[in-house]
Write a protein that binds this ligand. Structure first.
Ligand code: E4P
Length: 216
């Protein structure tokens, strides 16, 4: 399973990229707003780091014509831009048009399997079920990811990839990997939680302490 970072923070993206941890970057308007920088400047920086993987940027219009216009503009920034379109009926119209023009589209804020089926039919290259936000309301987000995986497998859908979003902790990541989800996108914090383990840190510390006892 590929790991994407769900962030617009350049330091975090660079660190995760340099660690070899990530092969893509996802953003949304909320993530962009946290950086207190212009969107164009952020995207320019991200494209200079993530030269070999997809960078997801979301449209803001709620009508198909506006989404199509924004999507075309975003796609012109770089060949690795993926246009994020919200899973609403108007969004599906935009997905159909943009996909037919060869623009890669992710249908985002997916909260049910029927939505994922529609998005795949409209031509989405990615569908993004929001795992953590379902957990937040007392449902099981992992169950939705599994359901979509099962449907895509049963239907032989390989051209639409599942990018599990709203991933909150390493257990989510492990479970998503076990079920064969294609990609999980997560905050930098979760990537670091995956990397770190107190036993590893203690072992490394002890090796160095013991090395000091070796006659020099
Ligand atoms: C997906 O690409 C979204 O940006 C993201 O995963 C949403 O996560 P959140 O529920 O933690 O805001």
């Amino acid at each position: 399973m590929k790991i994407f970072i769900d962030s617009a923070n350049i330091n975090d993206i660079r660190t995760a990229y340099d660690m070899g941890a990530i092969s893509g970057v996802t953003t949304n308007p909320s993530i962009i707003s946290r950086e207190n920088r212009k969107f164009d400047d952020i995207i320019a920086d991200v494209t200079s780091i993530m030269v070999d993987g997809p960078i997801f940027a979301e449209v803001l219009s709620l009508e198909a014509d506006g989404m199509i216009k924004e999507g075309r503009k975003l796609a012109k920034i770089s060949k690795n831009i993926v246009v994020k379109i919200p899973m609403i009926p108007e969004g599906l119209k935009a997905v159909k048009t943009l996909s037919s023009e060869g623009i890669n589209v992710c249908v985002t804020v997916i909260f049910s399997a029927p939505q994922a089926i529609l998005a795949a039919n409209a031509g989405a290259k990615y569908v993004a079920p929001f795992v953590g936000r379902l957990d937040d309301i007392g449902e099981n987000g992992l169950d939705l990811a599994q359901e979509i995986r099962d449907i895509f497998d049963a239907q032989g859908i390989t051209e639409t990839k599942i990018v599990a979003a709203s991933v909150r902790h390493p257990v989510h990541v492990v479970e998503l990997a076990k079920m064969g989800v294609d990609i999980a996108t997560m905050p930098f914090k979760v990537i670091m939680q995956m990397a770190k383990n107190p036993n590893t840190e203690n072992a490394v510390k002890k090796f160095l302490e013991d090395w000091e006892k070796v006659p020099k």
